[in-house]
Write a protein that binds this ligand. Structure first.
Ligand code: N01
Length: 549
């Protein structure tokens, strides 16, 4: 299609082509839609996936309780109305198995599998400017070339077990939430340690507590969590949603989080009386959901005093739920404004600490020093014995997967080196100096601060339109211009600095990885405004991007 030599392997299958029009890295929700969309342009595409099956995040994160914190009617593809009308979500929030089933249905329905190579990790990607080709190299020794490369490698796809001394000596079994065994884990009768209390830990802890003999939770930072209020999807609500599905999807494009159905707040928290605020927070607490809670007032993420009122409301709820006052105080977050770390959604998280087989240990005051043969040692004491340790310790977020691939133009510096002081992109979509490489939901885009599937679709549609434009106008290369990239990076930082987000040590800033530069990575200026900017850039002939024939 782009007039490159197409050499097909002997069996003639697209899935074995050594040359194609576009290579896609990753077969999660992003890679699958990219394949579908680019194929729709008539391009030949090959997708490489490290996992033994498709699904990305929802393939790997099989820990007990794994569930999406965006409602299932929203957290789904919008590109096919038939698909969204046909699919039936059983619950308000999709479980990991249900979402994986949905992803597999999409792959079959749109005949995606034939272009996906599984069990294959892309190790390197080199661009040859003269030939105008990316060549990727896989861990199975395969080399494939294409003029365009789309990185759909995910934001939370590089699981991280902290560098604890002695893990290799542990005689029990250990697991990471993001690499959970496919066959599941039965903790019945076991003494279990969970390390980490982010979204994964908060979801997993109640289920592990219900199964295990004893559970010890090691908490470094208390996190705010709100009740999900999950329930079977009400048929009347589902019907009403489906009747307006397309209109709701369009409405979502005009919102900051990419989610429709939450009326925009009109007042700042300080403008109303304490009683009115309490009533509003109470109603949101009863309704369940994190976005609607943060949407109670206009200024919760920009004004510390206003934020304090919401934070204190949740702290009081924790104190009311957790019977042991010392445990409640430990669980009540005080070191960051609410919403500046990912706000968790739970089912019975705080209630779990009222069980007599559950203990909470503060490893902020007394950090973990070492994993031992039977448990772990903090500075002050030993814990254990444990039969199993479950690490809910998160990911090298947003840049991890890209930095692991040796991406270069000829013999130039690797992308990882270019990003040593933090990621730099234009619109989160492309990187100056790396032509014809697109990133889906990359750093500098709203991605993780929105409904991810909508963000994926918006990026992929922009990329597909861009490739159509190049083809129609005889261009063969596109590259972010350094000045436009600098301006975008500056804007991303300015917007972040005008909010409370930088006050938290979070994976948004790289703070969870020792040595990772502290840069606020997602764009928090809102999905709607971001999409308008991307659309304007395209309408102005890809302003800020150099196009070459
Ligand atoms: O990871 P995290 P996650 N010693 O980085 C602790 C999405 N997600 O997998 O906060 C002791 O949030 C660490 O402590 P601290 C969602 O976007 C969504 O839970 O760094 N503890 C923290 O408590 C989410 O934000 C869903 O001080 C250590 C925890 O480990 C993102 O994925 C579900 C430690 C890591 O929390 C990541 O969530 C799950 C150490 N050395 C995930 N190192 C839903 O949709 C780290 N920790 C619901």
């Amino acid at each position: 299609m782009f007039d490159t030599a197409t050499e097909t392997a002997a069996d003639g299958q697209a899935g074995t082509q050594r040359h194609c029009d576009a290579i896609v890295v990753g077969a999660g929700l992003g890679g699958l839609y990219a394949l579908h969309r680019l194929r729709g342009l008539g391009l030949s595409v090959r997708v490489f996936e490290a996992g033994s099956d498709i699904g990305g995040t929802w393939f790997w994160n099989r820990y007990p309780g794994a569930r999406c914190d965006v409602e299932s009617m929203e957290y789904s593809y919008s590109f096919s109305n038939d698909l969204q009308q046909d699919w039936k979500w059983p619950e308000r929030y999709g479980t990991q198995p249900e979402i994986l089933r949905y992803i597999n249905h999409v792959a079959d329905r749109f005949d995606l599998r034939r272009d996906i190579t599984l069990n294959t990790r892309v190790r390197a990607a080199r661009f040859d400017r003269e030939a105008g080709l990316w060549t990727i190299e896989t861990d199975r020794g395969e080399r494939v070339s294409a003029p365009f490369c789309v990185m759909a490698s995910g934001n939370l796809s590089t699981p991280r077990v902290p560098d604890f001394k002695g893990l290799e000596n542990f005689r029990g079994k250990w697991y990471h939430t993001g690499l959970w065994p496919q066959e599941g884990v039965d903790f019945t009768g076991q003494r279990v340690a969970v390390i980490g209390t982010g979204s994964s830990g908060v979801q997993m802890i109640p289920l592990v507590a219900a199964q295990a003999d004893q559970l010890t939770v090691f908490q470094r930072t208390a996190n705010f969590s709100l009740p999900a209020r999950n329930a079977p999807l009400d048929p009347a609500r589902e019907r009403a949603h489906k009747e307006q599905y397309e209109a709701r999807r369009r409405a979502a494009l005009d919102t900051p989080f990419g989610i429709a159905g939450h009326p925009a707040p009109t007042k700042a928290a300080w403008e109303v009386s304490e009683e009115e605020r309490e009533r509003a927070f109470e109603a949101k607490w009863a309704e369940g959901g994190s976005i609607s809670f943060l949407y109670s007032y206009t200024d919760l993420l920009v004004n510390k005093e206003s934020n304090d009122t919401a934070a204190e409301f949740v702290r009081q709820k924790i104190r009311a739920i957790v019977r042991n006052p010392a445990t409640a105080e430990l669980l009540a977050p005080k070191d960051h404004p609410i919403g500046t770390k990912r706000l968790c959604l739970d089912t019975n998280y705080y209630e779990t600490y009222n069980r007599n087989n559950v203990a909470l240990v503060d490893v902020r005051a007394d950090p973990i020093q070492e994993i031992t043969a039977t448990g772990l040692r903090t500075r002050d004491r030993e814990y254990g014995p444990f039969d199993a340790i479950a690490f809910a310790t998160g990911f090298d977020a947003m840049t991890g997967a890209l930095r692991e691939i040796d991406i270069r133009v000829a013999d130039g510096p690797a992308l990882a080196e270019e990003w040593e002081a933090g990621p730099r992109t234009n619109l989160g979509l492309m990187v100056a100096g790396f032509p014809n490489m697109f990133i889906i939901t990359g750093p500098g885009s709203p991605s993780v601060k929105t409904q991810m599937i909508l963000a994926i679709e918006q990026h992929t549609d922009w990329i597909a339109d861009c490739l159509s434009h190049l083809r129609a106008n005889g261009y063969r290369q596109i590259e972010a211009e350094p000045a436009a990239q600098e301006a975008w990076v500056r804007h991303v930082n300015e917007v972040a600095d005008s909010t409370l987000y930088p006050l938290a040590n979070s994976w948004y800033t790289g703070a969870n990885i020792p040595g990772k530069p502290r840069v606020f990575m997602p764009y928090v200026g809102g999905f709607a405004g971001y999409k308008k900017t991307c659309d304007a850039v395209a309408a102005n002939g890809y302003e800020g991007f150099a196009l070459r024939r």
